[in-house]
Design a protein around this ligand. Sequence first.
Ligand code: FAD
Ligand code: FES
Length: 287
Amino acid sequence: MSYTILKKVQAAPNEYDIWVKAPQIASHAKAGQFVIVMADENSERIPLTIADTDKKEAIRVIYQVVGTSTEKLAQLNVGDALSNCAGPLGQPSEIPEGKQTLVIGGGVGIAAILTIIKTLKEKGNHVTTILGSRDREHLILENEIREIADETLIYTDDGSAGKKGLVTDGMNALFEAGKRFDAAWAVGPTIMMKFCSLVAKEHDLLIWTSLNPIMIDGTGMCGGCRVKVKDTIKYACVDGPEFDGRYVDWDILMNRQKQYSKEETESEHVCKLGGIHPSQSKEGGLQ
Ligand SMILES: Cc1cc2nc3c(=O)[nH]c(=O)nc-3n(C[C@H](O)[C@H](O)[C@H](O)COP(=O)(O)OP(=O)(O)OC[C@H]3O[C@@H](n4cnc5c(N)ncnc54)[C@H](O)[C@@H]3O)c2cc1C
Ligand code: FES
């Protein structure tokens, strides 16, 4: 199978929005699922959320260039092919019917809420969305989401789009205005998901957060993506990636996300995990 890039658009500084030919994945993917891609045969395997599909031929992913593998991906253009693309992986989002829902996206995490919002609307839910980014330039998918969601609030760190503030300010403003929700989602930086979960907890609101621990095989075999939820160990790749944020142990997740930072800094285009089980690496013993 040739995973050819069919379309490529720069969505924001250092962020790319691509459509990739992958019929098997496109015809089976559901909201909340992800793929694991390799830019070339020597690349690391990296997880990316399926932002959208045409349901038969192609999938869409939106990624931020943060290190070696995403940089390699960014060098590929229309007509080039990914070396591998495995999926759809993970459990689909639990989509209710006819409920009041709140969906929050921050930064490149906005990519992951697009299919959730679409599917919620298909099932007759009312969807209020809060989008957050550092500034207008980094705000992705605003128009697409405004067209689908019932209500969209924008928050930026510098106030260059929407209101100046954080997505949690948006949550608090909605609650203060008397809005009530049956279920919420928050996808974005880990720290954002943690604080959204604390606000949701205060209001006794179920909040699905899409966890992003280091993933290697994506099949539940390596243990790299272990997370603690309600005092139970879960594998984000097969049990998640979405978990009720009120019960996630955010401190463990944040510590585990840092466990390869030395190798990531040093990698300079060399595959750093190279199939090594994290328990065999010097610093990566499983917690
Ligand atoms: C389920 C899931 C879905 C994701 N969806 C998206 C998405 O839609 N768009 C997007 O831009 N990013 C997404 N990410 C994050 C993305 O996988 C990382 O940014 C990418 O792996 C970084 O690789 P790198 O070599 O370029 O950077 P590196 O320099 O290797 O790492 C930079 C940071 O990326 C994270 N990271 C590195 N390797 C992995 C790995 N194998 N698994 C998970 N995280 C890693 C770590 O936090 C690390 O500190 C997702 C992660 C997960 C777990
Ligand atoms: S990535 Fe989940 S167990 Fe390996």
